[in-house]
Design a protein around this ligand. Structure first.
Ligand SMILES: [Zn+2]
Length: 313
């Protein structure tokens, strides 16, 4: 598909208008290569992120299959976001995608392989549970204007929300409100875990704001729920090195926290990664809107994007 044909297929609707950001689409100036242990399976995997062509967006390459980082391939899975195509699965994509979206790496090819097995599932390494390793790697290699296969640059478009939109599930919700710039507000509430309690955090989407306030916040879990999750075959690679762990009675088991409201900031990190799946043809994925999430999670985030796409959930 040519670039102009691609842009023409970005259909505005009552809900969304695709508008120029005033920026050109970008990609990486070189290749990133990182390997590490994964959270859910505990296996080691290696990721190489290569520069991509303008208009082609972000996609994974696994076992010679190409899987676009798009909501069309997102599947429900506990505790992480999974992309799935033709029986091949890539799990825990959200922290890498969050870093790429926030740093404006609009087009890239993400090659991933498991160093421990040849099976049809792979998982992105967890590192310290935050997006810091990806941000540092992107900073080191740098970014450049992306060119398409004919050597032309391309305008970066963004989806502007035209009217309020919400998704609800039990006592969780996400609301999108029209706004002239991206604003993100997340709330969490753990009344039975006093060290976490109720927290709110609000942020813009600017490069340095993400790096200063969001990127280094780590995944968190409740100690008393860990054994139950292990029993369900989850977080086999979980340790005190890749998550902050809070006990109902004893408080944080591996302090210090990087921010007093680190769990809530991590929800912002996840939300950016998940909503990046709305990106198309190298556009911004996160809607230009004030997005407010309360007790949200990966599956509600996916529902929100499906509603943005005009799909009833
Ligand atoms: Zn996360």
């Amino acid at each position: 598909m040519s670039l102009s044909a691609a842009f023409n297929s970005l259909k505005s609707s009552n809900l969304i208008s695709w508008k120029p950001t005033g920026k050109l689409q970008q990609t990486l100036a070189g290749c990133i290569e990182l390997a590490g242990k994964t959270l859910h399976t505990g296996k080691v995997s290696k990721v190489k992120v290569w520069p991509g062509f303008a208009g082609e967006g972000r996609y994974f390459e696994f076992q010679s299959k190409l899987i676009p980082a798009s909501i069309d391939f997102a599947r429900e899975s506990p505790l992480c976001t999974t992309l799935c195509k033709d029986g091949y699965k890539i799990r825990t994509v959200e922290h890498l995608l969050s870093a790429l979206e926030a740093k404006g790496v609009d087009n890239c090819i993400i090659q991933i392989q498991s160093l421990d097995s040849e099976d049809s599932e792979v998982e992105v390494p967890i590192f310290d549970g935050s997006a810091s390793a990806w941000i540092e790697a992107i900073e080191q290699v740098g970014r450049k204007v992306a060119l398409d296969r004919c050597g032309n640059n391309a305008e970066k478009l963004a989806p502007y929300l035209n009217e309020p939109l919400h998704v609800l599930r039990n006592d969780s919700f996400i609301v999108g409100l029209p706004s002239s710039e991206v604003r993100i507000t997340c709330g969490i509430d753990f009344p039975k875990v006093p060290a976490i309690g109720c927290q709110w955090f609000s942020s813009s989407f600017l490069d340095d704001s993400y790096e200063k306030h969001i990127a280094s916040s780590r995944t968190f879990c409740i100690y008393e729920e860990v054994e139950h999750m292990r029993g369900a075959g989850l977080i086999k690679g979980g340790s005190l090195d890749n998550a902050i762990v809070c006990s109902v009675t004893k408080g944080w088991l591996n302090p210090p926290l990087r921010f007093h409201d680190e769990p809530c900031r991590h929800k912002v990190l996840d939300l950016i990664g998940d909503l990046s799946l709305f990106a198309q043809y190298g556009s911004q994925g996160f809607p230009v809107a004030h997005v407010v999430s309360f007790k949200g999670g990966h599956s509600l985030n996916a529902d929100f994007i499906r509603r943005l796409s005009g799909i009833n959930v």
